[in-house]
Design a protein around this ligand. Structure first.
Ligand code: UDP
Ligand code: MN
Length: 300
């Protein structure tokens, strides 16, 4: 129904979602996403899968909504910046892994209201995301996500000096863990441009020698002067996902699955699919959310 697509003035079409992946996970992870939340949301959400490699077969029903960063050859801003993101995603060093921002920042002024980053093992509930973002304005500096640690981290900017690396100054900041997904308002993204657009993102990452999600936090908190707004609706597989009550799954913005402390870490959700055929529970999740959305008692 139409009412599900909008929340206030914000619509799902105003939200840009980048899913970072790599060839190794095209089959094991991306196919699962395409079969679950992406296919369900693709009418409304603009989802970009950031990967440079070919090999994904465009399935029916989602071909128009997933854009490969094997980008078009044209020199439009979007095409160029999407290449940049693909380059970053290809980086071998952990700190050079893909980022959402390189893909997005050059599209100004025709930017989406919100930029959200997800890993390819995240489940997204677009309606919960819309509800969350609707309580903020894209004209404010907003950086929403799950803090990676329960304390800020320290980074030292370094300058290469005759083979040795000279610490310049230390700064402390919070960052949202990339594995739980995070969102940035257009206004904040605009202010991040000097440090985050194109190759600048990689240079900034090199400067502090930390991974991409830390780099995002560093740019926002140390360069722009913004602040992470911690939000408990984003989840990574580095937390115990069994602790989320199934009655509250409908409100969660992101979920995840994976191995944590040598055990499979997934949400607890019984459903029509057996754990063997749907170990991530994402299949069960889609049906569960559909069911609840139909029910007037469970309006978000
Ligand atoms: N990833 C990537 N390039 C790589 C390795 C990983 O883009 O060389 C992406 C991967 O697709 C995922 C994210 O980085 O979206 C995190 O990877 P993973 O879930 O394997 O690691 P962890 O969650 O343990 O950090
Ligand atoms: Mn992961």
């Amino acid at each position: 129904p139409e009412g599900h697509r909008t929340e206030g003035n914000l619509t799902l079409g105003d939200i840009f979602i980048a899913v970072k992946t790599t060839k190794r996970f095209h089959q094991s992870r991306v196919e699962l996403l395409l079969d679950t939340w992406i296919s369900q949301a693709s009418e409304q959400v603009s989802v970009w899968i950031l990967t440079k490699e070919e090999g994904l077969v465009m399935g029916q029903g989602w071909g128009g909504h997933v854009i490969f960063t094997n980008c078009s050859a044209e020199h439009s801003h979007l095409a160029l910046s999407c290449k940049m993101a693909a380059e970053a995603a290809m980086g071998k060093a952990p700190r050079a892994r893909g980022t959402l921002l390189t893909a997005n920042l050059l599209c100004l002024p025709l930017c989406p209201s919100w930029f959200c980053h997800l890993d390819d093992d995240n489940y997204l509930n677009p309606r919960a995301l819309l509800k969350l973002l609707s309580s903020y304005s894209e004209t404010w500096d907003v950086y929403l996500g799950k803090p990676s640690l329960n304390r800020p981290i320290w980074a030292s900017e370094t300058l290469p000096n005759n083979q040795t690396v000279q610490p310049v100054k230390s700064m402390r900041f919070w960052f949202a863990t990339g594995g739980a997904g995070f969102c940035i308002s257009r206004e904040l993204a605009r202010k991040m441009v000097p440090w985050a657009s194109g190759r600048n993102f990689l240079s900034t990452s090199e400067l502090i020698r930390l991974p991409d999600d830390c780099t995002v936090g560093f740019i926002i908190e140390c360069k722009v002067g913004g602040q992470l707004i911690p939000n408990a609706l984003f989840h990574s597989h580095l937390e115990n996902l069994q602790l989320i009550p199934s009655s509250q799954l409908v409100q969660q913005v992101t979920l995840s699955y994976g191995v944590f402390e040598n055990k499979l870490n997934v949400i607890e959700l019984s459903g029509p699919f057996l754990p063997q055929e749907d170990p991530s529970r994402y299949g069960a999740c889609v049906l569960w959310l559909l069911l609840l959305c139909e029910s007037p008692d469970h309006r978000l």
